[in-house]
Design a protein around this ligand. Structure first.
Ligand SMILES: [Zn+2]
Length: 293
């Protein structure tokens, strides 16, 4: 069965790098890095896969050459100057254009990461792909925050979760593990010293009152310009907590809403992809914690 482009429906005849391949040269002496995939899905056995592969070299064959070579490559080119500065360990002032570019890049990367886990394990609804394709930016159903990572466990992470809800609107739900989308979904995207929290839901009222975390900036929808700094940042332990923070927020708050409750057996689907670093992290020496902002 031939696949079609996840954005435009043309034949998916192109391989897209999940992580920007220009960054591989910054780790070129490292050789192959340990990669890890973990998948947990309700009603199915856990999966785990480990292999070695060059840094930032994994690809997914889910887009067409036209998308890959036009707007996707344009997005990568526009994001590169910001990401490159950060990968070299420098802070960077971000204004509306940079913030919006990075938010769009983070969502696009989350969409590529989820295809590392197989086409049936998707959590991001198709309407978000269609919106990104048409408007070249995330929809209003998406929220994105940005922070810094000072840990040493990974040079790239894509960690995702998805949940279904029963509402007055949806009525009782059958469990459809291969439905390909979840009502509520989140992705933590770590690239070198930069970390993004991408979140979305088709149940828009859930977005009301959603707060961020200290140490992060909301970048979608755009609020204000700021200066991204490589520290203070999340360490490895805090990163795990960060990536689960929204999930826990929803598990805590949603059952208290009058019109919404979880499926009684609902466990989040989770999927995790990481690339472990070589001896020296791409973003340079450790910085003292609690440093200047
Ligand atoms: Zn396409």
């Amino acid at each position: 069965m031939s696949r079609t482009c996840v954005f435009c429906g043309a034949p998916a005849d192109s391989q897209e790098h999940v992580w920007p391949d220009w960054a591989a040269s910054m780790l070129s002496d490292a050789g192959p890095l340990p990669h890890l995939h973990q998948i947990r899905q309700e009603g199915r056995p856990d999966e785990e896969r480990r292999y070695s592969k060059g840094a930032y070299s994994v690809t997914v064959g889910v887009v067409c050459a036209r998308c890959n070579n036009t707007w996707m490559s344009d997005l990568e080119s526009r994001a590169k100057p910001y990401l490159e500065t950060m990968l070299h360990g420098h802070g960077r002032a971000l204004h509306a254009t940079g913030v919006t570019t990075l938010a769009t890049w983070a969502l696009k990367t989350a969409m590529m990461v989820e295809h590392l886990h197989g086409s049936k394990r998707r959590i991001i609804p198709h309407q978000e792909y269609a919106y990104l394709f048409e408007h070249r930016e995330p929809s209003e159903r998406v929220r994105i925050w940005m922070g810094a990572y000072t840990g040493t466990d990974a040079v790239a992470v894509g960690s995702m979760w998805g949940l279904d809800a029963e509402t007055n609107e949806t009525g009782p739900r059958e469990w459809e593990p291969d439905r390909g989308a979840r009502d509520i979904w989140g992705a933590t995207i770590l690239f070198g010293p930069v970390v993004f929290q991408v979140f979305g839901t088709s149940l828009v009222p859930l977005l009301n009152g959603l707060r961020g975390w200290s140490g992060t900036h909301r970048i979608w929808p755009y609020e204000q310009s700021f200066i991204w700094t490589p520290s203070p940042g999340f360490n490895d332990q805090q990163l795990m907590a960060f990536s689960e923070a929204l999930l826990h927020e929803f598990q805590r708050r949603v059952p208290t809403g009058p019109d919404l409750r979880w499926r009684s057996s609902s466990e989040p689907d989770t999927a995790h992809h990481s690339e472990k670093p070589p001896g020296n992290l791409i973003h340079g020496p450790e910085r003292s914690p609690g440093g200047a902002t």
